[in-house]
Design a protein around this ligand. Structure first.
Ligand code: PGA
Length: 250
């Protein structure tokens, strides 16, 4: 049984004041959630603050992105070792906003995935199709291509210490959630695709769903056999909403 992990992707939202209040709210309700782990991924500028606030609690910390390089002349970038200094357990790589707005390639995302693991951090590899790709019927091919970029470069064993987040781009921030059946179908495909190379890795792989998950739809999504958690944007910005998703699991 893969107990669900839910992670809040706060994107580029909040202020020092609002983030302090959000973490305080999460701390007061964390005891009531039914998930294996609840993580928060604040903007990089607030990692030090949030790291101190969640120290000693059951709330894990994650970054939203990292550099593919370990150190050096990369103005503006954040290295995995720096995330590690602030006890980040997770880091999101290949979020669709980085792929589609910042033009990150499958290969660059794979390098970031490896850079995270090299720094001792579990990457959350985001995959998922655009609306036009779903309409063209290439959802599975897109997800396979994005995952194969990692497998081809570093081997299927690299997926052992990672999480995959299936995030259909048309469902992100739109209020249009994939139905539990639609999401389950792609999650099962992803697991089978990895299983063609290594069944044990596929069986152990946590695959989170992301895309307008909220307190109302989380229970049905998380009840699907291949949905092992959530990557939650909008609904993770209010403590009560995010906690309600954690309570809806299990
Ligand atoms: P959303 O974002 O929950 O606001 O749709 C999810 C994500 O982008 O990770």
């Amino acid at each position: 049984m893969r107990q669900p992990i839910i992670a809040g992707n706060w994107k580029m939202n909040g202020s020092l004041e609002s983030i302090r209040a959000l973490v305080a709210g999460l701390k007061s309700g964390i005891g009531e959630v039914n998930v294996a782990e609840m993580a928060v991924c604040p903007p990089a500028a607030y990692l030090a603050e949030v790291s101190a606030l969640v120290a000693g609690t059951d709330i894990a910390l994650g970054g939203q992105d990292l550099s593919n390089a370990a150190s050096g002349a990369y103005t503006g970038e954040v290295a995995g070792s720096m995330l590690n200094d602030f006890n980040c357990k997770y880091v999101i790589v290949g979020h669709s906003e980085r792929r589609n707005i910042r033009g990150e390639s499958d290969e660059l995302v794979a390098e970031k995935f490896k850079a995270a693991q090299d720094a001792g951090i579990t990457p959350i590899l985001c995959v998922g199709e655009l609306l036009e790709e779903r309409e063209e019927g290439v959802t599975e091919a897109v997800c396979a291509r994005q995952i194969d970029a990692v497998i081809n470069a570093y081997g299927v064993a690299a997926l052992e210490n990672s999480i995959i987040a299936y995030e259909p781009v048309w469902a992100i921030g739109t209020g249009k959630t994939a139905s539990p059946e639609q999401a389950q179908e792609v999650h099962a495909f992803i697991r089978a695709h990895v299983g063609k190379q290594d069944q044990a890795v596929a069986d152990g792989l946590r695959i989170q769903y992301g895309g307008s998950m909220n307190a109302g739809n989380a229970a049905d999504l998380l009840a699907q056999p291949d949905i092992d958690g959530g990557l939650i944007g909008g609904a993770s910005l209010k403590a009560e909403d995010f906690l309600a998703i954690g309570r809806a699991a299990g």
